[in-house]
Design a protein around this ligand. Structure first.
Ligand code: 6PG
Length: 476
């Protein structure tokens, strides 16, 4: 018997994907650079399904039925290229190579093109949900050709998470579309985590709640519109007490957030595309600031306001106000992320259904949330929606939240509690809804020092004012 799919790269993500496939009744060929991992997978989990261990590239390829489908799960960058080069020469036209790692979509586009010219399908696939997701049902975001999805789609849909019986997997679009969408997923993940972290900081710094009390607040929020995996795990992390010191776990962890780079990519590409994804950018910068330990210790003594904690009714309603601010800021972060996907699709010629993207993020992935049902419905009702902020339900919710949102941010400013995520989200909202922006003045400045020209509100054309001369206007 031959295998319907093979997995090479059997570190924890690859191993769990292979086990997930086998548990769903698919025969899975296994391969790893060092034989040990292949052996131990079969020893430990061989009874979960049908595995065919292979100890050379040729053996692996020979174990697969045609068209062969090989999933690569190795480190992004050089190691992925090396594995592709190891297998591509052994494959035949029509075979499919899947990269299920966190590759940069530009690499995926390059690889797809090169392999297409050799008659092979290359499918860059976003996989979200961490180790547990890979084993029990991730959210899967495959790019590549439509043709490759015909054979691969049913397998991936089978092992993906399900929400209301629907698989959290869809063909996202051609070549790098899947990895692009996964990248934006991670950017949104950063923004979401930052907003939750700011909520914690505010509840503690302005209202004096303990981590355990904040865990309870998050627990309550998790029964409402903020119901999500990230809120749920936040409550668990905040509840956790360090065994060694007896202190809240969150107080014994160094406050320097690390990153593997996908959030940074999202921001870099956002800049290239000219899409204001300020929520994601602030989240990345907040991690950088937290990790700038030398700078922070040099600046530690800088003066700030006296912290007079909240009292009375302001204190009483504070947790509710923060919930509103978090919700509104979250809508902005997602609106920005979906606009980035839209811009990427326009730039790279992908046909991406934003509603389907929201739908496959409802389960399995790190940002899975009830909220994504609402985004799915918003795009279903209006596929050409310019921004989530103008869709009926979100518009009303954000308008209703704005008093609390503004008041929470002013409290933060007054007390000197940094809320870059909340603040940039509100600035974006106010910027978008503004009648006139001071950008007109910026245009004037540019024209003054560089004769960069401007357009007028009252007639077409480009104009320049002779600033150093008689100040008359000429048509450029
Ligand atoms: C996922 C996660 C996953 C990974 C993050 C962590 O969707 O399953 O996003 O891809 O855990 O990339 O990212 P940082 O290390 O950059 O925080």
């Amino acid at each position: 018997k031959k295998a319907s799919i093979g997995v090479t790269g059997l570190a924890v993500m690859g191993r769990n994907l292979a086990r997930n496939l086998a548990r769903h009744g698919h025969t899975v060929a296994l391969h790893n650079r060092s034989e040990e991992r292949t052996r131990s997978l079969v020893e430990q989990f061989g009874d979960e399904g049908d595995f065919i261990p292979a100890y050379s590239a040729q053996e692996f390829v020979d174990a697969l039925e045609r068209p062969r489908q090989i999933v690569i799960m190795v480190k992004a960058g050089g190691p992925t290229d090396a594995v592709i080069e190891e297998f591509a020469p052994l494959l035949e036209p029509g075979d499919v190579i899947v990269d299920a790692g966190n590759a940069h979509f530009a690499d995926t586009r390059r690889r797809e093109q090169a392999l297409r010219e050799r008659g092979l399908h290359f499918v860059g696939t976003g996989v979200s949900g961490g180790e547990e997701g890979a084993l029990h049902g991730p959210s899967i975001m495959p790019g590549g050709s439509k043709e490759s999805y015909e054979s691969l789609g049913p397998l991936f849909e089978d092992i993906s998470a399900k929400v209301d019986g629907e698989p959290c997997c869809t063909h996202v679009g051609a070549d790098g579309a899947g990895h692009f969408v996964k990248m934006v997923h991670n950017g949104i993940e950063y923004a979401d985590m930052q907003l939750i972290a700011e909520s914690f900081d505010l509840l503690r710094g302005a209202a004096g709640y303990s981590p355990a009390e904040i865990a309870d607040v998050f627990g309550t929020w998790n029964t409402g519109r903020l119901d999500s995996y990230l809120i749920e795990i936040t409550a668990q992390v905040l509840k956790h007490v360090d065994g060694a010191s007896g202190k809240p776990f969150v107080d014994v962890v160094e406050d320097a957030a690390e990153q593997k780079g996908t959030g940074r990519w999202t921001v870099q590409i956002g800049l290239d595309l000219g899409v204001p994804i300020s929520g994601i950018a602030e989240a990345v910068f907040a991690r950088s600031l937290s990790g700038s330990t030398g700078l922070r210790s040099a600046a530690r003594g800088l003066g700030g306001p006296t912290r007079t904690p909240l009292t009375g009714s302001a204190l009483e309603t504070f947790a509710d106000d923060v919930e509103q601010a978090l919700y509104a800021s979250k809508v902005v972060a997602y609106a920005q992320g979906f606009n980035q996907i839209q811009a990427g699709a326009a730039e790279y010629g992908w046909d991406i259904d934003l509603g389907r993207v929201a739908a496959i993020w409802r389960g399995g992935c790190i940002i899975r949330a009830k909220f994504l049902n609402d985004i799915t419905s918003a795009y279903a009702a209006e596929p050409g929606l310019p921004t989530l902020l103008t869709s009926g339900g979100f518009r009303k919710a954000v308008e209703d939240a704005q008093d609390s949102w503004r008041s929470v941010i002013s409290t933060a400013v007054r007390l000197g509690i940094p809320t870059p995520g909340f603040s940039t989200a509100l600035a974006y909202y106010d910027g978008l809804r503004a009648d006139r922006l001071p950008a007109a003045l910026v245009q004037g400045q540019r024209d003054f020092f560089g004769a960069h020209t401007y357009r007028r509100v009252d007639r077409p054309g480009s104009f320049h004012t002779l600033w150093a001369g008689d100040q008359s206007e000429v048509e450029a």
